[in-house]
Ligand binder design. Structure first.
Ligand SMILES: *Cc1c(COP(=O)(O)O)cnc(C)c1O
Length: 394
């Protein structure tokens, strides 16, 4: 077995986890099978009794899915990865794996809307309570921790305002209180940020976003120590079944091979686009961690290896002006998805954050004129031209 940690991250992204079959194929095989056959009855018994390692059924393990898991674990420098059917399935599996009735979560208030719903509505129904706090307010995190708190949960940079949390500081706080720190590393991917190295215990991913990178497949993953991921979280996969399909795993394997160059290209385009935005009169404020005006620019510089592909801005004139800009673009995709080679444009206040009350949106800093762009890999001049069409006609 090759020890991939002795190799660089680009090599790991392309090579780790592949096991060639007797056919000698150069690329990774898709193994679309629900079950696996045994040499004899004794081998079947040994596999079921965990006395022999090997495949039994694709809800538990599948060779293509395993290649994806090993490759992502190698990139995050985690001991083990478990792939899931979506990003939400990764978050649910993590919670079901490590929490029980009566436990408590402290979460950033600036997390993916569906994650908020999952915590409040679904976990709440099973007696797991969540307190939401301001991402950058360490005192609020500390004050929210109770004797039954088990998880701290965050995303950094946040969506859509790209606020940055100090992962090291929150990991220390979690450990002083016998809690686990879970980081949703969707926006940065391991190319730009490795939360485990900064002290986080578990990483969750929506592979649907940058890991695929071309908006084709749904998937997710959990990465962390074998003692948690390989036991409690794997048990959820095996018994509850939020399994990734082999075909999707194959697409994500392909995605990981180009993740390094794609993320750097997303960062370059986003930096150029954000800088251009700051020069437009119709725009009040630009949110991008790469700008020196960003309140956590320095922290982003220390913690990340790049500033990411998400840029947000406030258009003067509120909702009407923001919609006008969106509707007057020619080729940008009006969709709430992100992390695609295709640039997407979103109005958070009426879509991803539409279910919040105006007061809650206000508290979260999401104004009616806010537009979020997931900067893709088209010519950045064309992206600017397209946004300019909307701005010019205001
Ligand atoms: C999309 C997203 C998720 C959920 O992932 P799905 O693959 O859509 O289930 C979770 N967290 C973040 C930050 C996301 O952007």
């Amino acid at each position: 077995m090759i020890d991939w940690q002795t190799y660089g991250p680009k090599t790991r992204a392309i090579r780790a986890g592949q096991v060639r079959s007797h056919e000698g194929e150069h690329s990774e095989l898709i193994v679309p099978t629900s079950s696996f056959v045994f040499d004899d009855a004794a081998q079947a018994a040994a596999r079921f009794a965990h006395k022999e390692e090997g495949n039994i059924y694709s809800r538990f393990t599948n060779p293509t899915v395993r290649t994806f898991e090993e490759r992502l674990a190698a990139l995050e420098e985690g001991e083990q990865c478990i792939a899931t059917s979506s990003g939400m399935a990764a978050i649910l599996s993590t919670c079901l794996g490590v929490l029980k009735t009566g436990d408590h979560i402290v979460a950033s208030q600036s997390i993916f809307g569906t994650t908020v719903n999952l915590f409040n509505t679904i976990l709440g129904k099973f007696g797991v309570e969540t307190t939401f706090v301001e991402l950058t307010d360490i005192n609020a995190w500390q004050a929210a921790i109770k004797s039954n708190t088990r998880l701290l949960f965050l995303e950094t940079p946040s969506n859509p305002l790209t606020t940055i949390a100090d992962i090291r500081q929150l990991a220390d706080l979690a450990h002083e209180n016998d809690c686990l720190l879970v980081v949703d590393n969707c926006f940065c991917t391991p190319v730009l940020q490795q939360p485990l190295k900064l002290g986080a215990d578990l990483i969750v991913h929506s592979a649907t976003k940058y890991l695929d990178g071309q908006g084709r497949c749904m998937g997710g993953a959990v990465v962390g120590p074998k003692s948690i991921v390989g036991t409690d979280i794997y048990a959820i996969l095996r018994n509850a079944g939020p399994t990734m399909s082999p075909f999707n795993a194959w697409v994500f394997i392909k995605g990981l091979e180009t993740l390094n160059i794609r993320m750097k290209a997303h960062c370059d385009n986003a930096m150029q686009f954000a800088t251009w935005l700051t020069q437009q009169d119709a725009i009040e404020k630009v949110y991008y961690p790469g700008l020196t005006s960003h309140p956590q620019h320095q922290l982003a510089q220390q913690q990340q290896q790049g500033f990411g592909g998400i840029v947000a801005f406030d258009v003067k004139g509120g909702r009407e002006a923001a919609w006008h800009v969106i509707d007057n673009t020619e080729f940008l995709s009006i969709t709430a998805n992100l992390g695609d080679t295709k640039t997407t444009i979103t109005h958070p206040a009426t879509t991803t954050h539409g279910r919040l009350t105006p007061e809650q949106r206000d508290a979260a800093g999401i104004k009616d004129g806010l537009v979020r762009i997931s900067v893709g890999l088209e010519d950045v001049e064309d992206i600017q031209k397209d946004v300019q069409k909307g701005l010019a006609s205001l």
